[in-house]
Ligand binder design. Structure first.
Ligand code: NG1
Ligand code: ZN
Length: 550
């Protein structure tokens, strides 16, 4: 009773925006920040319920990633550190769209009953809050706190400005009983980076590849965090541009999304940077791409995207795995057939998929959105997933990690300092460096840098692993994007009827043609992706399919 009146009272302070239908899309709720207060308040309630239900700490991140600075968004981090369980998404939608305090209350009451959530005030809930650098973040955070405190027993812990992956990391660490502070995060990734550098073979050490990287921080939180992290690193010189505190406008002509989609240099980069290894983060630092500034006369950058980061990681891990399992002199009864798997989406460049398969790797494809990729990757002993846009990570199974640890110790007894032991140590260091909760631009950046140094490779050499097929992405504004329904990891349109046939007919006209459409989960558009043997052909295929959709 008291709980009900508390909810009625607080929710009356947060009326929902009129005439908008909100949906918990690919990455939580996103919209213009001015209409989000009520949504954020309600997601605060939802997070408290999630924490009560799971009897674990959950997270709430306020960010709109690469979207423009006036947008914002909110998503829940599940106790594992991953995305909110998909089973709860429909309830999130209902909550966000409830029109009156009474309607909201009855939804909550019904859901609490159905899910058997202990709302007795005896059980407590804990929610970690983080936000990016958007100016709207602070007041939205207050709304989230109000939502949380309108559930009895729920406590909000404000962690201030964080990257999205930092918050995911902290939620995961908290629930494992580990230290979950920002210094602990920096310490873990910088020390595991140091281990990888220390394990570089002497041959490549003499090779002395240039160890400088210049990073575009998207004028967001990632740049600020790199400014801290870079001082903790040895063996890497990092220059950060467009860091949030520099005063530039977030995601405006900067950042990984801009660089990947437009294929041009971000603000603050120019002809002085020709030949230098450059990287770009997105607004909340969960995406990373590399690029090369074009020589004069050419306006397009050489993009080294998520697929190529994935390929570099896959190659390196496969090499370490084969060193480790090579028949040695010493006997080991522990033969662990570790399954290494690669997860991509339909947006992965076809050339990357061919390359990975040619390495002998198992490659699977899922629908867009980290939640889908992560889930699949978690089914392998080592699962590497990436979206072409630069979001991805490497997951290690618990059983594989225990085996690695034991193997490292065993090798330490019989062949301390052997190549096999080093391979085991490298794989263990990677598992500590790379974020196990979600894709993390900071940890991926350090892993790329460590691998390039290990191999003595320049960014050119890395870029030449394979050559991207020309591709084109377009978006088409439509009245109702939900009218497009897809299947087969988004590669087939099942409704409206006739569309897939039209796409097939267009695609058949182009050598190496591949094309698909899908409704965006974060914007009100249909996305068109096309690939073909030349850029003109890819452009033309995308354009003609866009007309079919329009
Ligand atoms: P949507 O808008 O559903 O295509 C975009 C990205 C996703 C993912 C989410 C979350 C593309 C084509 N899509 O989703 O990969 O990153 O945003 O930020 O890049
Ligand atoms: Zn992001």
């Amino acid at each position: 009773e008291e709980q009900s009146s508390l909810l009625l009272k607080s929710s009356s302070l947060f009326p929902p925006p009129q005439g908008v239908k909100l949906s918990y899309g690919t990455a939580g709720f996103r919209a213009d920040a001015s209409i989000l207060k009520s949504t954020v308040y309600r997601v605060g309630i939802l997070a408290a319920l999630r924490s009560l239900k799971t009897q674990s700490v959950v997270g709430l991140m306020i960010t709109a990633s690469h979207n423009k600075v006036t947008d914002n968004g909110i998503k829940i981090v599940d106790p594992s550190g991953g995305m909110l369980s998909q089973e709860w998404e429909p309830f999130a939608d209902q909550l966000a769209n409830a029109q009156t305090p009474e309607a909201l209350l009855s939804l909550i009451t019904e859901f609490v009953k159905k899910e058997n959530i202990p709302l007795d005030g005896v059980q407590s809930a804990k929610i970690l809050l983080g936000r990016d650098t958007r100016p709207s973040g602070q007041s939205l955070l207050e709304a989230a706190k109000q939502g949380i405190s309108s559930i009895f027993g729920a406590i909000a812990l404000d962690l201030g400005i964080l990257t999205t992956p930092q918050l995911h990391w902290m939620v995961r660490a908290r629930n494992k009983g580990l230290k979950a502070t920002e210094p602990a995060y920096f310490e873990q990734i910088s020390s595991s980076f140091r281990c990888l550098i220390d394990l570089i073979p002497n041959e490549t050490k003499c090779n002395k590849t240039d160890n400088t990287v210049v990073v575009d921080g998207a004028d967001g939180v990632g740049g600020d965090k790199l400014e801290v992290l870079k001082n903790m690193l040895t063996g890497l010189v990092m220059e950060v541009r467009n860091f949030g505190k520099g005063g530039g406008l977030l995601n405006d002509g900067v950042g990984a999304d801009f660089v990947q989609k437009e294929k041009v240099v971000p603000r603050g980069f120019g002809s002085d940077d020709v030949g230098i290894r450059c990287a770009s983060l997105d607004g909340d630092a969960d995406r990373l791409v590399y690029f090369l500034v074009p020589t004069s006369g050419n306006s397009k950058i050489d993009l080294v995207d998520g697929d190529k980061i994935l390929s570099l990681f896959a190659l390196f891990i496969k090499e370490q795995q084969s060193i480790l399992t090579k028949e040695g002199n010493e006997k080991s009864n522990s033969n662990f057939q570790a399954r290494l798997g690669i997860v991509q989406t339909a947006y992965a460049n076809g050339a990357s998929t061919d390359y990975l398969k040619q390495l002998g790797l198992e490659v699977i494809s899922t629908p867009t959105g980290v939640k889908h990729l992560h889930e699949k990757a978690a089914q392998f002993d080592i699962g590497i997933y990436f979206e072409a846009n630069g979001h991805g990570t490497i997951l290690f199974s618990e059983s594989y990690l225990s085996w690695l640890e034991a193997r490292k110790n065993e090798l330490g007894l019989v062949s301390e300092g052997s190549e096999q032991q080093k391979a085991a140590l490298r794989l263990l260091s990677i598992s500590n460096l790379i974020n196990q909760a979600v894709g993390d631009a900071l940890s991926c950046l350090l892993l790329v840098e460590a691998i390039l140094q290990h191999k003595g490779w320049s960014i050119h050499k890395w870029n030449e692993l394979y050559q991207d097929l020309p591709s084109r992405q377009l978006k088409v504004k439509v009245v109702d994007r939900t009218a497009v329904v897809t299947a087969n990891a988004e590669t087939l349109v099942v409704s409206p009827p006739g569309i897939q046939e039209a796409i097939d007919a267009e695609t058949a006209k182009y050598p190496k043609g591949r094309c698909f459409i899908r409704p965006s989960g974060t914007e009100d558009v249909i996305r068109v992706y096309a690939e073909a043997s030349t850029q003109e052909a890819a452009d033309s295929l995308a354009n003609s399919v866009a007309k079919v959709v329009d």
